[in-house]
Design a protein around this ligand. Structure first.
Ligand code: ADP
Ligand code: MG
Length: 352
């Protein structure tokens, strides 16, 4: 049983795309267990891909949003806003079997559907953290853990794996996601601003200070105060790297390595923030071993990723050939799939 948050303080780095691909691949290779995606981003991009992509997925999304009982993340949040401190134990009815909407996704994959109303609810969620009982902040930060426990109870399953797709901003619902998860996956793109974004993650979640006296987040301080656990860093993923050889590939590589060096420095002073994996693996003894355990790279999948996301077909199930995407014909090459598919498969295989 592991709960992963996929988060970076920056948008457009592939959180939703990787959630879609990795959760689908993980479900495909773990048919005996249920996999749950919780979409805690009001943009609902991973929900849209899972539910069938640009056309079918968007259609299914609005169908679910307009349903009588709003069986989305916002439906659940609404119940918690009305009952913030007494757990209504109603979370079991908020998960959707993705296969019922999109048969390209394995039938053991479930989703708590994303919802743009989350943004509107944010101020009321924050309001519930204060005032209220003395530990109101702590209780509100267990809402998503409660949701997962309810779903697990409704399923009567011991072994489930959960992926939470997060919003880039460090909003209240991002905090709730992090409080619920035990492991953190940080995708980043290899551009100039990525280093700053990764630093922000380290400082917001773990209170890593870059200079003495640097202000620490309310989340970090309250997590300490209430002795709550934070997710351990599981992997950081350089995403959309170019496959072209030459200077741009070299530039990407150097950004990835610089970020790796910075995270390695955090490891040297606070190894407890990291999740050694696979279970039982030896503790990395040097920087090279550290990067082997925690640093991952995913190439830009070009047309394959566009077709995969737009049509809700996980990349490992995508076949080569001509496809229509929004009225335009595109071609997925087998050679491209041969390169991209192992990328996602290796990433999913590294997840326990
Ligand atoms: N490895 C990849 N190859 C090609 N396109 C990608 C890859 N990862 C992400 N993308 C694309 O980049 C865009 C931003 O990704 P997205 O997952 O929405 O970012 P985030 O959730 O972090 O904001 C999307 O159009 C997505 O399909
Ligand atoms: Mg996203």
């Amino acid at each position: 049983m592991a709960i992963y948050s996929v988060w970076n303080n920056k948008g457009g780095v592939g959180k939703s795309y990787l959630t879609f691909q990795v959760a689908s691949e993980y479900a495909r290779t773990h048919r005996g267990q249920r996999v749950l995606v919780i979409d805690l981003c009001p943009q609902a991009n991973s929900s849209s891909m899972l539910l069938g992509g640009i056309l079918a997925g968007e259609h299914h999304l609005s169908q679910i949003h307009q349903g009588n009982q709003r069986s989305t993340i916002s439906g659940y949040m609404e119940e918690r806003i009305f009952s913030p401190y007494a757990n209504p134990r109603s979370g079991g009815r908020f998960s959707t079997r993705v296969h019922d909407f999109n048969n390209m996704v394995p039938d053991n994959l479930y989703l708590v559907v994303g919802d743009e109303q989350l943004e509107i609810q944010a101020s009321r969620i924050t309001a519930a953290t204060n005032p209220g009982p003395q530990d109101a902040w702590r209780i509100v930060h267990t809402w998503i853990s409660d949701l997962i426990a309810d779903i697990q109870h409704a399923w009567d399953q011991e072994q489930i794996t959960v992926f939470i797709d997060c919003n880039p901003s460090f909003s209240i619902y991002t905090e709730l996601a992090l409080s619920a998860s035990d492991r953190l996956i940080v995708p980043f793109s290899a551009d100039g601003s990525s280093k700053r974004a990764v630093r922000a993650v380290l400082s917001l979640v773990y209170g890593v200070q870059r200079y003495p006296g640097q202000a620490q987040s309310e989340f970090f301080l309250n997590t300490q105060r209430y002795r709550m656990s934070s997710p351990q860093l599981y992997m950081y993923v350089g995403n959309r790297l170019t496959q072209a050889s030459g200077s741009s590939a070299a530039a990407f590589k150097s950004v990835v390595n610089e970020i790796g060096d910075e995270i390695h420095a955090v490891w040297q002073s606070n190894a407890g923030l990291f999740c050694i994996h696979p279970n039982g693996a030896p503790v990395p003894a040097n920087k090279r071993a550290f990067k082997q355990m925690f640093q991952y790279e995913v190439n830009d999948a070009n047309t394959a990723s566009v077709v995969s996301g737009a049509s809700g077909i996980p990349i490992a199930s995508l076949t080569s050939g001509k496809r229509m995407v929004l009225g335009k014909q595109v071609v997925v090459n087998q050679s491209q799939l041969d390169k991209q598919v192992p990328n996602i498969q290796q990433l999913a295989a590294a997840i326990e």
